[in-house]
Design a protein around this ligand. Structure first.
Ligand code: ADP
Ligand code: MG
Length: 385
């Protein structure tokens, strides 16, 4: 029985024809960029999209990208996939149709070649760096400053859109770069239950056979995944759509023509139970070691540990595994990755929590620590063998 009639509508690249409950964000983003699009060269537009995983940042950004018209080009890079400065510049260059040497140049030289080519080819581009928290602050700074290089560019040739799950990366920039960026923030709140319902309904209409599901099924998924006060991992449209997709698959493989609540239950168990071992396996070695350090630090029984405590523990773990500890900023990037993948949660401390100043608190809400420690330890040992 075919229930899924358009599988591509569940792929991460799919851009739906409309974005329910993101009209406002799309409008704000377009407003930041509009004057540049209307008269390229007029100024240097910037925007920062901020929201948790699954809050629709990427899909909104790509949908905006689709509306960018010549002479302005739109270039999109995921900093989760392209993690080095050179890889990002290469990807941008490729999308903009310019050639830069793959190796042999310093960062400054690479940027200069890139800017010269922009000028010589008379290009205008809106550059979007998605999940930019994966980059070190000094690399982010270079991209922010590039748009101001009007001496080398001849005119304002860039617009910049940065995407992150929190605005923390802005605080980590040096003050003058922070000043250039400003605070043009577009916020993406977690989706409420009713909003997720609308998103599910839209996708079901596109992707599933008519009559293969009841609205009850969509309600059920929205109930499980909609944002609630205090729940840091809810309101994620990706999780909701993933449950719908798996439920539809389960029904198909049972050979029936309708999705039942039981299919949803099975699917939600698959999606929501803990952290998949594939995700853990895919982490770089030192992200695993950092995670191990977090688990060990949390074993003290506190619900949260500070980044400082984790760093101390990480050094011990490195010694145990005969590894040279990575730098502070690298660890920050790994922490961002752990958070982005939903493995750990982080927040800034509040006043009156008995800690001095602002510090990042880290917790793990989903997985029993025992199981997690065992899994990471054996993966790390395996990897070092
Ligand atoms: P983020 O980048 O914030 O982590 P995404 O943009 O990747 O989130 O969205 C996660 C998934 O949910 C994607 O499959 C996306 O197509 C879908 N989605 C998110 N918001 C909406 C929306 N408002 N309407 C339709 N689909 C959405
Ligand atoms: Mg995204």
């Amino acid at each position: 029985m075919r229930i899924i009639v358009r599988g591509d509508a569940f792929s991460p690249d799919f851009i739906p024809p409309a974005l329910p409950h993101r009209e406002e964000q799309l409008k704000q983003l377009s407003a930041y960029m509009r004057s540049f699009l209307d008269s390229p060269g007029s100024f240097y537009p910037r925007a920062v999209l901020v929201g948790r995983q699954g809050s629709g940042k990427t899909v909104t950004l790509r949908s905006f990208g689709g509306s960018v018209k010549p002479p302005v080009k739109f270039a999109y890079v995921s900093c989760f996939i392209n993690r080095t400065f050179t890889a990002i510049v290469s990807s941008l260059a490729q999308q903009l149709g310019i050639v830069v040497p793959k190796r042999g140049l310093s960062r400054d030289e690479l940027v200069n070649v890139f800017l010269e080519q922009m000028r010589d080819k008379d290009l205008f581009a809106i550059v979007a760096l998605d999940d930019v928290f994966n980059l070190a602050p000094d690399a982010i700074s270079i991209f922010i400053r590039m748009g101001l290089e009007t001496d080398k560019l001849g005119t304002h040739r860039f617009g910049l859109i940065l995407v992150s799950h929190t605005p923390d990366f802005i605080d980590a920039l040096d003050p003058s770069t922070r000043g250039i960026l400003g605070k043009p923030i577009v916020r993406f709140p977690p989706y409420t239950r009713d909003q997720i319902f609308d998103i599910l309904r839209q996708r079901a209409e596109i992707a599933l056979a008519p009559g293969s599901y009841d609205e009850d099924i969509l309600d059920m998924i929205a109930d499980i995944t909609g944002a609630e006060e205090g729940a840091e991992n809810k309101g994620d449209a990706r999780v909701a759509l993933d449950i719908l997709y798996r439920a539809a698959n389960n029904a198909e493989s049972d050979g029936v023509s309708r999705i039942t609540p039981e299919h949803v239950r099975r699917a939600s168990k698959e999606v929501l139970v803990g952290i998949s071992s594939d995700i853990l396996k895919g982490l770089p070695l030192h992200a695993k070691l950092l995670l191990l350090a977090i688990v060990r630090a949390l074993r003290g029984g506190k619900p949260y540990v500070t980044f400082g405590e984790v760093e101390e523990m990480y050094k011990v773990v490195c010694e145990e595994f005969g590894q040279k500890p990575r730098t502070h900023s690298q660890l920050w990037a790994y922490l961002g990755e752990l958070r982005n993948k939903g493995i750990v949660e982080t927040r800034l401390n509040k006043k009156g929590e008995g800690l001095r100043g602002r510090t990042t608190l880290i917790s793990i809400g989903t997985e029993p620590l025992d199981a997690l420690e065992k899994a990471i330890t054996s993966m790390a040992i395996e990897e070092l063998r």
